[in-house]
Design a protein around this ligand. Sequence first.
Ligand SMILES: Nc1ncnc2c1ncn2[C@@H]1O[C@H](COP(=O)(O)OP(=O)(O)OP(=O)(O)O)[C@@H](O)[C@H]1O
Ligand SMILES: [Mg+2]
Length: 260
Amino acid sequence: MAAMTTTLAIANQKGGVAKTTTVASLGAALAEAGHKVLLVDLDPQACLTFSLGIDPEDLDASVHHVLTKGLDAREVIIATDDGVDLLPATIELARAEADLLTRTGREQVLKGVLEDLKEAGVDYDWVLLDCPPSLGVLTVAALTAARGVLVPLQCETLSHRGVGQLLDTVHDVRRFTNRRLEVWGVLPTLYDGRTNHARKVLDTISEVYELDVFEPPIPKTIKFAEAPAAGRSILATSKTSKGAAAYREVAKALVARAAR
Ligand SMILES: Nc1ncnc2c1ncn2[C@@H]1O[C@H](COP(=O)(O)OP(=O)(O)OP(=O)(O)O)[C@@H](O)[C@H]1O
Ligand SMILES: [Mg+2]
């Protein structure tokens, strides 16, 4: 029997809240724990691809060709040093938004790609989708393909407004393209535990929007800035750091959530 795959979109239209770092780190943590993991880079900036040690300039084909030209994902997926597989992006993905806009079924395009993989016998325990910082076609396609959405959130004032917009989009996706989509919760990132402020913002957001909060918060540490340059996640570059430990804990919580 084919394994159960859990597809999780990591989304927040706000830029720089650690979506990509979270995808790379949770992916590595899940792989460490013995899970088979696919990461999908859905951002034309290709930061996830870069951070896993792959130069998009060296790629002949990428997720763009899979989504818009029907190329088999198996021809594009790369095994990385972090023990996860990657469906990489290049700047060409910037055109996908426009290319897909006029297409029937564009919301379903990523879901179809993942189903094709499964039918071809390529099975993953986890598929993590790194969304771009917008609520455009690519994010909607990710939410349509996903079972859950995890929202990285930097706990600062005004984080609220963005969450409301994201939840509106989730609501639409649930109505029109993916009834089973669930908001798994918020992951506090870039967390500075020395301030009461961060804790307050977090409490407010979880109350106002009735969202679960994953623990522990991911601490703000310089180690994260160094990892992408090494082409590895913080779990490899800084194995015993607090940040790596936090992501391992959150990965455990996700595994428990998936079994629910
Ligand atoms: N816990 C952390 N501590 C310190 N720096 C961090 C932490 N997490 C992420 N960063 C840094 O913050 C910056 C933004 O992170 P990242 O690229 O993961 O965010 P993002 O939400 O994917 O951004 P974008 O919206 O542009 O895609 C990066 O320079 C990253 O190295
Ligand atoms: Mg990113």
